[in-house]
Ligand binder design. Structure first.
Ligand code: BEZ
Ligand code: FE
Length: 297
């Protein structure tokens, strides 16, 4: 046995990586090898104490224990550490041709109900009424008819329907719309509100101990799919809303921030069944075709 295969502080990472069998899948070898090297470099850089190692193990154990069918504390941990957004950004480079993407988040847990263009998705009668319009096109600017535009958002108090099953109507503020022949979609909703991510678990404690707030700026979620195109997961952010510059999950991209402008037009308000004035926002969405060379680089 060569003594260079024995563990030492100097060669710790190499010794572990060299222990992987030669038949290990090459990608696994690359990813796990890199993880081991970075982990060992980190432990050496901070000179991790036994007590800190025990704290980390207890934290990760609790994170796992907090996971249920409807709660994923590990994803939340990845979100607040910026890892979800980094993975998402690397895998959805749009090269300015397509609408930018952002995190899916944990609240797309029920299927959105199919709705007609123009339908009202705010079923609880609360909030500032808002008309949402937009057009789905491809990277050449041609409209995409029959694209599916799946929308979900928090209510005027900052809660999703699934967080308040006994308070909000079922499927409140969710809708699946199909674009018309011009690629256009429109629906009636309310202006969303900022809200805190769940803070009653270990991730909440992590935020507290690093003096971070738990808020996401006001946003509407969109999942847009069309045959022959790459699906797009994104948000529409409300310009001027608190936390736009300090989203707890780092999901804001400047290109996704829109003015939810006030419209003073009594006749149009009456047509929409809104009080005057009301708010309106326009969101044009560009999808990359499936075989686009630019969709990944
Ligand atoms: C959301 O926008 O729904 C969300 C995203 C990441 C973590 C928590 C919530
Ligand atoms: Fe959200």
């Amino acid at each position: 046995m060569s003594t260079s295969s024995l563990f030492s502080e100097d060669r710790s990472a190499e010794v572990v990586v060299e222990s992987f069998g030669t038949e290990t899948d090459p990608r696994l070898q690359q990813v796990l090898g890199s993880l081991v090297r970075h982990l060992h470099a980190f432990v050496k850089e901070v000179e991790l104490t036994n007590e800190e190692w025990e704290t980390a193990i207890a934290f990760l154990t609790e994170t796992g224990q907090a996971c249920t069918d409807v709660r994923q504390e590990f994803i939340l941990l990845s979100d607040v550490m910026g890892v979800s957004m980094l993975v998402e950004t690397i895998n959805n480079r749009s090269l300015e041709l397509a609408t930018e993407s952002t995190v899916l988040g944990p609240f797309h847990m029920v299927e959105s109900p199919s709705r007609e263009l123009g339908d009202l998705i705010a079923l609880d009668g609360k909030g500032e009424q808002c008309l949402v319009t937009g057009r789905v096109t491809d990277e050449k600017g041609d409209p995409i008819a029959h694209a599916a535009v799946d929308v979900w958002q928090a209510n005027a108090e900052g809660f999703y329907d699934v967080q308040q099953p006994d308070i909000q109507p079922e499927l409140n503020l969710r809708g699946l719309f199909i674009t018309d022949d011009n690629g256009e979609f429109w629906f009636r909703s309310i202006v969303p509100r900022f809200y805190p991510i769940p803070t009653d678990g270990p991730v909440g404690r992590l935020l507290q101990s690093t003096h971070r707030h738990p808020y996401r700026p006001a946003h509407m979620h969109f999942l847009v799919t069309a045959q022959g195109h790459r699906p797009l997961i994104t948000h529409l952010f409300v310009k001027g809303c608190p936390y736009i510059g300090s989203d707890v999950v780092f999901g804001v991209k400047e290109s996704l921030v829109r003015d939810f402008a006030q419209v003073d037009d009594p006749a149009r308000a009456a047509e929409l069944g809104f009080d005057n004035p009301y708010r309106a926002v326009h969101f044009d969405i560009t999808l990359l075709s499936e075989n686009s060379q630019d969709s990944k680089r």
